[in-house]
Design a protein around this ligand. Structure first.
Ligand code: PLP
Length: 450
């Protein structure tokens, strides 16, 4: 398929060479799986492609379909596969641990769990030293909000408009995009104006947006709050990096109102932003509670909440328990992930390759009116498409069309933002400059053919 494309048009960008081909696929064809999905899996509005890929193999930053065709995975399983698909050290740690002990609960001691908790705590600043394991980002945020409420004795939580924090009862309240909500009771969550430098009313003025949080505290609550939750760079929200100076000012207001500051690092943590290991470090703040998932296990179901011993103490009032959270197979994978990020200098790579990619994408912006904004940090980048620069009219249909075209040419990216008009680029952190060139060339090519 790849070869025939190049025969019809020699200018089509070529995927960089890669030293791996999967064994021949012997499973059922994609159409059969799609038919089963339609019959047996729950329906959802949440799909990207007209014809979803049947992915049968993955190595590093590449995925393979049933015909053996290779795709550059520039979405990384939604910012999850940080070390690359099927990294041998992650695979080895999972296999080894599965052979020794597949499951254990908090009733017993196990070093695979304790070792990872220690390594994770050592990656966090300040007194953030106590870890609770969960299975997902949603669970981590549910727990973080509950801890803040228990600790402060208050119910009110402030979140941001455009945020995504999960899809269970409490987190769906904190999430603030209608598409992700099912008429749940908001339950004490107040949504502040989003400090979005591109679309926000105050541009890049972090202090002005922070004043809105102060107003919310004064006019929307008793003056006392349980806490504030936000990402440093909104992922699902369309790679929106909070306006500079925003978090320090908001953290001050929240703490003055007796609340705790929760950093949702589900997407922007684990070296993704390149300049720092954690997203919140880009705004020079130290949260009271940090939540994480996705990159923590390179795709293995795992999440965590990390807080201070003093705050963690509230959970001793009752039995807090999670059957699968902190499963030793998952924590063994987590420990391997931390070692790989360090050994392979993935944070440094995210910084260098991410800066290069951002520069190249920004130069595309000068060529195409369709690109309204290029933003983000490290390997968490967004390209917002608009049909009118002044009015910022979202180019929703064009975004979907281009994603489909890029897939046909071997590049997988995500999309997000309230209007679904932002390309989300969050590849495995082993992404190379050659991959970045290929991605930009494919984007350029597909846009020029529109
Ligand atoms: N928080 C953020 C920032 C997320 O992006 C997501 C998922 O996309 C979640 C929380 C929920 O995580 P999960 O899907 O693992 O429940």
């Amino acid at each position: 398929k790849e070869a025939s494309l190049h025969e019809t048009d020699p200018f089509i960008p070529k995927i960089p060479p890669f030293d791996y081909s999967p064994p021949p696929y012997t499973g059922p064809p994609g159409e059969e799986i799609l038919a089963k999905r339609k019959q047996y899996l729950s329906p959802s509005l949440f799909h990207f492609y007209n014809q979803p890929l049947n992915v049968v193999d993955g190595k590093k930053q590449y995925l393979f379909d049933e015909s053996g065709r290779r795709y550059l995975d520039a979405f990384g399983g939604i910012a999850t596969v940080c070390c690359g698909h099927c990294h041998p050290d992650v695979v080895e740690s999972i296999v080894k641990q599965t052979r020794i002990l597949q499951h254990s609960t908090v009733l017993y001691l196990n070093h695979a769990i304790a070792d990872f908790a220690e390594a994770l705590a050592n990656k966090l600043p300040g007194n953030l030293k106590v870890v609770f394991f969960t299975n997902s980002g949603t669970e981590a945020n549910e727990l973080a909000m509950m801890i803040a409420r228990l600790y402060t004795g208050c119910h009110d939580i402030i979140s941001l408009r455009n945020a995504y924090h999960g899809n269970a009862a409490g987190t769906m309240g904190a999430t603030a995009q209608s598409i992700w909500k099912f008429n749940t009771i908001q339950s004490g969550v107040h949504h502040a104006v989003n400090p979005d430098p591109y679309r926000g009313v105050f541009g890049s003025d972090g202090q002005k947006y922070a004043n809105d949080v102060q107003d919310l505290i004064e006019f929307g609550t008793s003056g006392q709050v349980a806490g504030f939750i936000s990402e440093a760079i909104q992922g699902v929200g369309g790679i929106v990096e909070l306006a500079p100076g925003y978090l320090p000012a908001v953290y001050k207001s929240i703490r003055n109102a007796g609340g705790l500051c929760i950093a949702d690092e589900v997407q922007c943590g684990f070296a993704r932003t390149g300049s720092h290991f954690w997203g919140f470090e880009n705004q020079s703040v130290v949260p009271d509670i940090v939540t994480m998932a996705k990159g923590i296990g390179n795709g293995i179901p795992l999440g965590a909440v990390v807080t201070t011993p003093e705050i963690a103490e509230v959970l001793t009032r009752r039995c807090y328990f999670n059957t699968f959270g902190g499963n030793p197979v998952c924590t063994a994978a987590g420990l391997a992930v931390l070692k790989i990020i360090e050994k392979e200098k993935l944070q440094e790579n995210a910084f260098v390759v991410g800066s290069y990619l951002k520069e190249r994408l920004t130069s595309l912006k000068d060529k195409y009116d369709l690109i309204g904004d290029v933003r983000g940090r490290g390997l968490m980048l967004g390209v917002e498409l608009v049909t009118d620069h002044q009015l910022k009219i979202p180019a929703k249909a064009e975004t979907l069309y281009l994603m489909d075209q890029m897939k046909e040419m071997g590049v997988l990216i995500g999309k997000g933002g309230f209007y679904g008009n932002v390309f989300r680029i969050t590849p495995p952190l082993c992404f190379t400059k050659e991959d970045a060139d290929f991605l930009v060339d494919v984007m350029y090519y597909t846009m020029s053919k529109m």
